[in-house]
Design a protein around this ligand. Structure first.
Ligand code: C2O
Ligand code: CU
Length: 476
């Protein structure tokens, strides 16, 4: 689907600058010794270089001085402890997006823990049950904090990894920069809130305006793609290559080639792909993001080195990942739920409940609310459960998007199977934690409510969530 406006109207000089810098690898965070793998994350402001000189450094909010923050890597079944220190001038928290972990560790300020005050710390400890590609980001003042750069990848390695020659994590981010190279601070823009969210004008791949990425002919690479953008959807085409998707949102899928070869990723979504470098030394190919047809651009160049091919014929080893222990929904007697999404620009929402009081659209706007789920516009620190599911039961939840805008809908604490989707979605039949609904689309998802607690359900366009498109699912 296309958005009815161009997100590139403020498109930066950067996107067209054509820098040739090779991409750096993400810094891996070293665990401290001991039985429990322990990591430290410090949230603090830092100046970061998003593009080579003469482009200036940009003042961001970072984990350990970089954005994306360091890659946290553990083995499936391993217990991890993460000590988070807050050196920001604001409350924070860290949510482990997609990990099915206990409620108390979910990192939602005001819901699962008190916010971490400036100068404060919080120790998270959990054992991720699933292998896969996940990520972390704050869950308080999210519009500002994630758009300022606070996020990073969280990788849980399989017990028996598939054979590849190399593994890469590509974190896709975008930034709304002024001509001085600094972040534009219009985070609360009503126009963004009412429409498709906060688009940046500068796209980065793992924190760098991308130039080229060097590969060797014949190698097989696993790329973990993560869309950390607030609003931008990607549709990535690997020119003359045939990526196979092996996992979505961390959960294994029967390996498939996406229609037209396009890997579509909404905000917060991840895809693990296998790419065989099937061409000749010295050749180069573009990876094009064509989601917005009015403004396709080259994300990065695949550059083959001059080295002799790694092997003469392509690898033939299996790429299917072992299943994770996600319980299978029992569709014989599910709890049926519905979430009708309404609001925004060009929408039909006339009124909604705000703090238990029926408000007109004008009154809602005055309270900073522009979206609703089932006629209720919620506040982050003030929510009653909209849905209650007895623990252990299967829920079938139908999302109906009655707006013209896309909404990547995310549920905490659970992964769900997309039973039906009336859009052109690569997620159909797959198990994910965030389902992307285009304007007017409907999707039906199912999950076993096996994780007790009050869990957030919200749009991952963070301004939408902030202005009402969130609620609580209680599993009790
Ligand atoms: Cu990525 Cu409520 O989170
Ligand atoms: Cu939304």
């Amino acid at each position: 689907m296309t958005t009815p406006f161009s997100p590139f109207s403020r498109r930066a000089f950067l996107l067209s600058a054509g820098t040739a810098a090779a991409l750096p690898l993400l810094p891996a965070l070293k665990a401290q010794a001991g039985d429990i793998k322990t990591f430290s994350l410090k949230a603090s402001p830092a100046a970061v270089r998003l593009a080579p000189e003469p482009f200036p450094e940009t003042n961001l909010w970072t984990f350990n001085g970089s954005s994306p923050g360091p890659e946290i890597r553990v083995r499936q079944g391993e217990t991890v402890r993460i000590v988070v220190e807050n050196a920001l001038p604001d409350d924070t928290s860290v949510h482990w997006h997609g990990l099915r972990i206990p409620h108390a560790m979910d990192g939602v300020a005001h819901l699962t823990q008190p916010p971490i005050p400036p100068g404060g710390r919080f120790v998270y400890e959990f054992t991720p049950p699933d292998a896969g590609t996940f990520w972390y980001h704050p869950h308080v003042h999210s519009v500002v904090q994630t758009n300022m750069g606070l996020y990073g990848p969280f990788i849980v390695e399989e017990k028996d990894p598939i054979k590849v020659d190399r593994e890469l994590t590509w974190v896709l981010g975008d930034w709304r920069l002024g001509t001085d190279g600094q972040m534009r601070d219009n985070f609360g823009s009503q126009r963004d809130y009412l429409r498709a969210g906060r688009f940046g004008n500068t796209v980065t791949l793992s924190g760098q305006v991308a130039g080229s990425q060097v590969f060797r002919a014949g190698e097989r690479v696993r790329i973990r793609l993560l869309n950390a953008c607030d609003a931008r959807v990607f549709s990535l085409r690997f020119h003359e290559h045939h990526p196979k998707i092996i996992a979505l949102d961390g959960q294994p899928v029967e390996p498939f080639s996406p229609p037209g070869g396009a890997v579509v990723l909404g905000p917060a979504q991840r895809a693990d792909i296998i790419v065989d470098m099937e061409h000749k030394p010295g050749q180069s190919f573009p990876i094009i993001d064509g989601y917005y047809p009015q403004a396709p651009y080259e994300l990065v160049t695949l550059q083959y080195s001059d080295e002799a091919p790694l092997r003469s014929s392509p690898l033939n080893t299996p790429i299917r990942l072992a299943a994770n222990p996600v319980p299978k929904p029992d569709l014989s007697n599910p709890v049926l739920l519905e979430a009708v999404l309404d609001g925004g620009d060009m929408g039909s929402l006339e009124k909604a409940m705000v703090h238990g009081i029926q408000k007109t659209k004008v009154e809602m706007m005055a309270a900073g609310k522009m979206w609703a789920i089932n006629g209720v516009a919620s506040f982050h620190n003030h929510m009653d459960p909209m849905f209650t599911i007895p623990r252990g039961r299967t829920a079938v939840l139908t999302f109906r998007n009655r707006t013209v805008w896309p909404h990547p809908m995310h549920i905490h604490g659970h992964s769900f199977t997309v039973l039906e989707h009336d859009g052109n979605s690569i997620q159909k039949g797959c198990t994910v934690d965030t389902v992307l609904l285009g304007g007017g689309e409907t999707a039906k998802v199912a999950f076993v409510a096996d994780n007790p607690g009050d869990w957030m359900l919200h749009c991952h366009i963070l301004g939408h969530a902030d202005s009402g498109m969130m609620t609580i699912i209680r599993v009790a």
